[in-house]
Design a protein around this ligand. Structure first.
Ligand code: SF4
Length: 719
């Protein structure tokens, strides 16, 4: 392999195109990392429609992760206090298959569960669904997207009848007003922010509103920053709706012809007059009115959001309250307008398409829908009724299932729950009790590997071919450009081999990932995420393709303009074709501050961080950018507590404690503190943010409220 390969950045959901070339090029010095190791050369792919050649520091340094701390061979042990010993793949597979058969026979298939990842390629996701939901007959497949995007999924489904962001990145450069709420886009989705920022600078009339309790790099660029109190998003959104309605900025024709339930929504927002909302949110009434005026007076309004909205015990209600603003003003289905969720991981979107959450089935189907179950059973050649009619365990259910003994096999792949789950002390105690944990990953050590009985080496980005879908529904073929290290295998190959050894031979006859994708797209035919017109061959020939793309669509740039935006004709995926207003009152935080725990802790990501540092923690340029954890405290709070810059303090919640050095800044509101959440025990043992968080979840999306909990702060000497 000596040619340049086009692929995708495997970090965040922006999905930037990359070009990768071998370390040695004729007539050029060998490309090396800072330690002198030859590494593949990475640069932005100018022809990629989403990123247009841009990359951030993570994409630019990704090649350095290919050779660091790789898990090379299968390893096993009988108990957690034993060392691992290297075994052959045959022995590892036999152990897994024996244990699955034994647990299925004694506890039933629902005692087997898999926790996967938005880092999977779509092919990995699809084969995992077929293995768990099809062959084993349990819906216990959940992914770390549960912690990341499931409120967006539930919000889209409830409002529009189907999942799927309706916008595209070109809308960033066509809007008159962008509302960024619960997203630090500048640090977490940098290339999207670059596109928006450049456009905003060139067009001073375009309004940029940022809603965030912190003064982030994103807020720094805003025309209007609303530093609301954590947990008051719905108050703000309903308050804006109140003003838009009173001031006559609504689109009555759109409401009448394309939506239902507006009267119930109008009744709810009637309770959110601006004086009360401003006070609840901790902002000025003038700022609230300015935000509503910017929205109402703009021809095109785009909203962007991510974890700040989704990771909430009322996440779905927040998402739907934002969508309500678009529906009441007709700001959807046209250039520069619409609600646009930004995914955290590179292929969380592909996971949603492949049915990669415990309540979903492939092709944007849901477990609870009998017709959907029958369609999948027929497609997979299963007996009717094989797929259970109830959703399987969510990520958090797997933790509680370990506590109760209901989980006999836990299979974790490409994710790191021993850092990313809420209530870490409880999570770790549960993982310790697991009778049999398989951990499949590219890296070793990780925090979760410490709780495994079997370690399986997974091929990393660049070592396997498959597809990923980014936040704007663009599917890119990520081609292998080097062989896997050691004995690593692609995730889907591992799942398929276990399936065959369990006796499901005809179900897993694939000899390459193109065949897996071909079967998957067949099942999307006629569905909202139709990809039946896409194949590995077409992606190789034409480059990235946006869905919906049916088999009848001629894949040319012109015809694909039809796929850029969803709902352009005002018809939605609900039975009557109309979008639904949701009518929600604000419930606030699941754990509000009180005299014992008087501060609200909020958590987030730094520019160079990603996925608990499993990859970024191994790249010196990135670790030097963020050398140690910290806690942001407002000067007023620091003075009242007698805390000084750089002093280590202890932060306690009802569940646990952690220590951080103090960073005093006016960028955080009084009464709120912020800590970055990607430092796990491997990198900063005392500073795990999720030691403090709680698992209270949204009743619809079952996404935990990782963004906020009540804490107290104390100098370490005062303990
Ligand atoms: Fe990769 Fe996201 Fe950075 Fe693009 S913005 S280079 S996808 S990490």
């Amino acid at each position: 392999m000596s040619e340049t390969t086009k692929t995708l950045c495997p970090y965040c959901g922006v999905g930037c195109g990359l070009e990768v070339s071998p370390p040695a090029q004729p007539g050029k010095p060998i490309n090396r990392d800072a330690q002198g190791t030859p590494i593949w050369k990475v640069q932005g792919d100018k022809s990629h429609p989403s990123s247009q050649g841009m990359v951030c520091v993570k994409g630019a340094t990704i090649a350095e992760s290919l050779h660091k701390d790789r898990l090379l061979y299968p390893m096993v042990r009988n108990s957690l206090d034993e060392p691992f010993k290297r075994v052959s793949w045959n022995e590892a597979f036999n152990r897994i298959v024996d244990r699955i058969n034994q647990v299925a026979a004694t506890q039933g298939p629902n005692a087997i569960c898999m926790y996967g990842s938005g880092q999977f390629q779509t092919q990995d996701y699809y084969i995992a669904q077929k293995l768990l939901k099809g062959c084993l007959g349990t819906n216990n497949f959940d992914a770390n997207s549960r912690l990341c995007m499931s409120s967006a999924v539930a919000g889209y489904i409830q409002s529009f009848g189907a999942d799927g962001p309706p916008c595209c990145y070109d809308d960033l450069e066509l809007t008159d007003c962008a509302l960024l709420i619960g997203t630090n886009t500048a640090e977490c989705h940098p290339i999207i922010f670059n596109r928006l920022r450049k456009y905003h600078k060139k067009n001073p009339n375009v309004k940029l509103i940022v809603v965030d309790p912190r003064h982030t790099a994103t807020a720094e660029a805003a025309d209007l920053h609303l530093a609301i109190k954590p947990g008051t998003d719905i108050d703000l959104l309903n308050g804006m709706a109140y003003l838009l309605l009173r001031w006559g900025y609504i689109n009555s024709e759109f409401i009448d012809e394309c939506t239902v339930n507006f009267p119930a929504f109008a009744e709810v927002i009637n309770h959110y007059p601006p004086e009360a909302v401003a006070q609840t949110c901790g902002i000025s009434q003038t700022d609230l009115e300015t935000a509503a005026r910017y929205w109402g007076e703009s021809g095109q309004v785009l909203s962007l959001w991510s974890m700040g909205m989704n990771q909430s015990s009322e996440g779905t209600a927040k998402v739907r309250s934002l969508i309500n603003l678009h529906l009441m003003t007709g700001q959807i289905g046209k250039p520069g307008a619409g609600p646009f969720s930004l995914t955290g991981q590179p292929n969380a979107m592909g996971g949603r398409e492949a049915g990669g959450l415990s309540h979903l089935l492939p092709g944007y189907r849901v477990v609870k829908n009998e017709v959907h179950r029958r369609e999948i059973e027929e497609f997979w050649g299963l007996t009717p009724g094989k797929i259970p009619s109830t959703p399987g365990m969510t990520a958090w259910d797997m933790i509680t299932g370990l506590e109760t003994g209901d989980v006999g096999v836990l299979w974790v792949a490409a994710t790191n729950p021993a850092v990313s789950m809420p209530d870490l002390e409880r999570t770790k105690a549960a993982l310790k009790r697991s009778p049999f944990t398989i951990y499949q990953d590219a890296y070793y050590p990780t925090e979760t590997a410490a709780y495994a009985h079997v370690l399986l080496p997974a091929a990393q980005w660049g070592e396997k071919t498959g597809t990923m879908t980014n936040s704007e529904r663009v599917v890119t073929l990520c081609s292998a450009f080097k062989p896997p290290v050691g004995e690593a295998k692609a995730d889907w190959e591992i799942f398929a081999e276990v399936g065959r050894r369990l006796g499901f031979v005809k179900e897993f006859t694939f000899s390459n990932s193109a065949q897996v994708y071909a079967e998957f797209v067949e099942i999307t035919k006629g569905r909202p995420c139709d990809q039946s017109g896409i194949s590995h061959e077409k992606l190789t020939e034409k480059g990235p393709i946006q869905w919906p793309c049916s088999e009848t669509l001629d894949v040319t740039v012109t015809s694909l303009q039809d796929s850029k935006r969803l709902y352009t004709n005002g018809r939605f995926h609900t039975p009557d074709g109309r979008a639904r207003f949701g009518a929600y009152h604000s419930r606030g935080l699941a754990e509000p501050p009180d005299p014992s725990y008087p501060f609200v802790l909020t958590t987030g990501r730094l520019y160079g961080h990603w996925h608990t540092q499993t990859r970024t923690g191994r790249i010196p340029k990135i670790t030097q950018m963020h050398p140690e954890p910290f806690i942001e405290i407002h000067p007023r709070d620091a003075i009242s507590l007698g805390m000084i810059e750089g002093e280590w303090i202890e932060v306690r919640s009802r569940r646990g404690k952690a220590r951080f050095p103090v960073k005093i800044t006016k960028g955080i509101s009084p009464g709120t503190v912020f800590v970055p959440m990607h430092w796990g025990a491997l990198w900063a043992e005392q500073s795990e943010a999720n030691a403090l968080t709680h698992p209270e979840s949204c009743p619809d999306s079952l996404q935990p409220e990782l963004k906020a909990c009540a804490v107290n702060l104390m100098p370490i000497s005062a303990k």
